[in-house]
Design a protein around this ligand. Structure first.
Ligand SMILES: Cc1ncc(COP(=O)(O)O)c(C=O)c1O
Length: 374
């Protein structure tokens, strides 16, 4: 049994993927070109956004956005305490200061009340300028954009959606990747829309930000390749990856996202009441990049992990540490926030096998093992 079964996905899509790879190789264009442009156009259409700027990975996509918005020294970037380090790592590298916020105990996403407390704390300290919020759709579940947007507007902050895990998710009729001023996604292989290597993209309706990102991804190019207008990155999406992603995007839209909902519903039905499950609010759809369950405490989480190992059922912990506990962020001001929800979440969470090709029989085996540990 695999935690995320990319081989099963390849078996289902082999004919189209092999043809797409052959098309690129025989066409002889390996960097940029029609496949990349077509993919960007298809993502714009799928998410109803004006611009998609593909790039080498989701972390670079965030870096391109932070650079395009001019985030840097003296700026505070507000980030949920439970996420992958990439959400705020590039802003930190650019000289900005991450300010972590606690998470909501039900959705595990950025808690709007904690966000507001942290903005107020930064303002009263007066050392940093509140500048941007990076809202993460954790495990594919969209953050609370109605509440977060109001806060962003009230304090004049840039709102970035980290949709690295949520391609295919929805929030009140709008697609994840289209829920903020600008957004990013990751095409890391195990993401809901993953390629066969690294890849990522920026999505935005803002013409100016899109133009800056297009320049930054190719060494800050100006009107031509050798007239550089600014410092940038070398962060293009490989043409082969774009061709693979076009096949996978179609599968995601045609049936994978539906199969993810079905598999999640089966887990929900079997495990509700036995474990704490991530709340997907009404009028939202999670892309279920992961399916996580919360044990009662750290000890019972340990017992569950041991039992799953015994039964050869792969499990992961996303994430063992909240961001404010990472070595790299030691010394960053927590502004007195207790981070009680984030710490409790990290001590109890377990991700169990989940992907659109999970067979009901396999799922029953996982459910049985998990229920033995309640
Ligand atoms: C929430 C989040 N943000 C950003 C990233 C960065 O994406 P990439 O690995 O493509 O750089 C990831 C990837 O794991 C992620 O989970």
């Amino acid at each position: 049994m695999r935690f995320i079964d990319l081989k099963a996905q390849y078996a289902a899509l082999k004919t189209e993927i092999d043809a797409a790879v052959r098309r690129v190789i025989s066409g002889g264009q390996f960097i940029m070109g029609d496949e990349v442009e077509e993919l960007e156009r298809e993502i714009c259409e799928c998410l109803s956004v004006k611009h998609t700027v593909s790039c080498a990975n989701g972390t670079d996509a965030l870096q391109m956005l932070y650079m395009a918005y001019g985030v840097g020294r003296g700026d505070a970037v507000f980030c949920p305490d439970v996420t992958f380090v990439s959400s705020v790592e590039p802003a930190f590298m650019l000289g900005a200061t991450p300010v972590f916020c606690d998470i909501d105990p039900l959705s595990y996403n950025l808690c709007p009340a904690s966000l507001e407390r942290q903005i107020e704390a930064v303002m009263s300290e007066g050392r940093l300028r509140p500048r941007a919020i990076v809202a993460v759709d954790i495990f594919g579940n969209p953050a609370d954009y109605n509440a977060i947007k109001k806060i962003a507007v009230r304090y004049g902050l840039i709102l970035i959606e980290d949709a690295a895990q949520s391609f295919g998710g929805e929030y009140e009729g709008k697609k994840c990747g289209a829920l903020a001023d600008s957004a990013i996604t990751s095409f890391f292989p195990v993401k809901p829309l993953g390629c066969y290597g690294d890849g990522g993209a920026v999505m935005t309706d803002d013409d100016g930000i899109a133009a800056l990102c297009r320049s930054i991804r190719i060494h800050g190019q100006g009107s031509s390749k050798y007239e550089n207008a600014r410092i940038g990155l070398n962060s293009r999406l490989d043409t082969i990856q774009a061709a693979i992603l076009r096949v996978k995007l179609k599968a995601l839209k045609d049936y994978e996202i539906h199969k993810r909902q079905e598999a999640a519903a089966r887990y929900n039905d079997a495990l509700a009441g036995e474990y704490e499950l991530q709340l997907v609010a009404p009028r939202q759809k999670s892309a279920f990049a992961q399916y996580v369950i919360l044990s009662k405490n750290a000890k019972s989480r340990g017992a569950l992990l041991a039992r799953l190992k015994e039964k050869d059922i792969p499990a992961m912990v996303y994430y063992p540490l909240a961001q404010h506990r990472l070595e790299v962020f030691k010394g960053i001001n927590g502004y007195g926030e207790a981070f009680g929800v984030a710490d409790s979440y990290c001590s109890r969470t377990v991700a169990i096998p989940f992907h659109p090709y999970l067979e009901p029989e396999e799922q029953d085996k996982i459910i049985e093992a998990v229920l033995e540990c309640t």
